[in-house]
Design a protein around this ligand. Structure first.
Ligand SMILES: Nc1ncnc2c1ncn2[C@@H]1O[C@H](COP(=O)(O)OP(=O)(O)O)[C@@H](O)[C@H]1O
Ligand code: SF4
Ligand SMILES: [Mg+2]
Length: 364
């Protein structure tokens, strides 16, 4: 049985401009000790999805199920969720200062967290644990650094301290939400390495959220690509990288910088993500999709199994066998598009081809 099984989760926010449909029916599972990467551009619903599991989406209307270790988290009382947060599911955010209080010493914050969840632990015991944790995440002179305030740590060190806090209660699941986005490339690689090593050592399950598909290349076992609050594609990491089906996934792959020299040749995804208040009809990706066909403008594609791999699913009307980057797959797509683009889709495709971003600029 999965450690966490999310089924048809939906989250919307009523606002004065209309209803923001942030998460629109997402399902996935993660087993104990497994790593899942959730990837998508900014605004695709990644944070709302995971914050909802922890009861942290204030003002959102939520439906669906999220069964963690046999308990449905959706609709659980604040008190029950507070007990699960930290002790069973820990979160690491992009900005450690959202979790580390600036006015308290790092060591005090870790020891208080340990003692809040287990009152039988003495102050001295909690402090010893904090020293061991800081040591484990690679903070030099941990006993000394316990007395520092968060601002005395560098960005990378603060992220290490956050990871120490996340590990302190030995959770079954860690959710890392863009944990390295604010860090420079070298520190980013060190922190990802650390997360991966700790996750392997402790057998904790890990959900790694990122806008950069390149980040999951070294870390995730399974990948879910999100677009406009839905699952665009879901598969093993290998299938996502070598047999992508959804044009959005292909676009993300083509926008990964493989080296700084390759940056110039990157192909960006044309256009912007849609408004989640006024979603386009049909496939939400159609205003940006170079394969757009007539039916894409009016019929929203369901998540379907991709041919040849039971765990690989994609929400796209292209043939289920049109996966991968081979010439054959591309030819199959080309033929399907030629037959399926007779009316209005031709004008959409033309507009995409003529948009200024279609010429070479790089996605940030
Ligand atoms: N409390 C809220 N009220 C209204 N809209 C929200 C709220 N929280 C998030 N959103 C909207 O939900 C969408 C998804 O946001 P988010 O999950 O943060 O995206 P991501 O993490 O993928 O960048 C965005 O359009 C965001 O503006
Ligand atoms: S359904 Fe159509 S518009 Fe959507 S991704 Fe597939 S080909 Fe593109
Ligand atoms: Mg986010």
């Amino acid at each position: 049985m999965s450690l966490l099984e999310v089924t048809d989760l939906r989250v919307s926010f009523p606002t004065s401009d209309g209803v923001v449909q942030a998460v629109r029916g997402v399902s996935f599972g993660i087993d104990a000790g497994q790593t899942l990467g959730i990837v998508g551009e900014s605004g695709s619903g990644k944070t709302v999805l995971t914050q909802t599991l922890l009861g942290l989406t204030a003002g959102g209307q939520v439906s669906g199920q999220a069964v963690f270790d046999g308990i449905n988290l959706i609709g659980l009382s604040h008190e029950a969720l507070r007990k699960i947060r930290g002790a069973q599911i820990a979160v690491i955010f992009q900005d450690p200062l959202t979790s580390l209080h600036p006015l308290y010493r790092v060591g005090w914050q870790i020891t208080e967290m340990i003692r809040a969840h287990d009152q039988s632990v003495s102050k001295a015991q909690a402090e010893e644990r904090a020293v061991a944790l800081l040591h484990r995440v690679g903070i030099p002179q941990p006993r000394h650094r316990l007395r520092d305030y968060p601002h005395q740590f560098s960005g990378g060190m603060r992220q290490r301290a956050m990871i120490a806090m996340a590990l302190s209660l030995e959770p079954k699941l860690i959710i890392a939400d863009e944990p390295t986005t604010a860090l420079d490339a070298t520190v980013q690689a060190q922190i990802l390495d650390l997360l991966l090593r700790l996750q392997r050592d402790s057998g904790t399950a890990l959900i790694l959220i990122t806008h950069d598909l390149g980040v999951v290349a070294d870390i995730a076992v399974a990948v879910m690509v999100m677009y406009a609050g839905k699952t665009a594609e879901m598969a093993s990491k290998h299938a996502i990288f070598y047999r992508p089906h959804h044009p959005y996934t292909k676009g993300l792959l083509e926008s990964i910088p493989r080296s700084s020299a390759a940056r110039d040749r990157l192909r960006p995804i044309t256009g912007q993500p849609p408004s989640l208040i006024r979603l386009p009809a049909g496939c939400p990706f159609h205003p940006r999709c170079t394969y757009v066909m007539d039916r894409c403008l009016s019929e929203e594609p369901p998540l379907r199994a991709v041919a040849g791999d039971g765990d690989h699913r994609s929400s796209c009307w292209l043939p289920t066998s049109a996966a991968g980057v081979s010439d054959e797959a591309e030819e199959l797509r080309r033929q399907t598009v030629a037959a399926g683009r007779t009316g209005a889709a031709a004008a959409v495709a033309e507009a995409i081809a003529e948009s200024p971003e279609a010429e070479g600029s790089v996605i940030a």
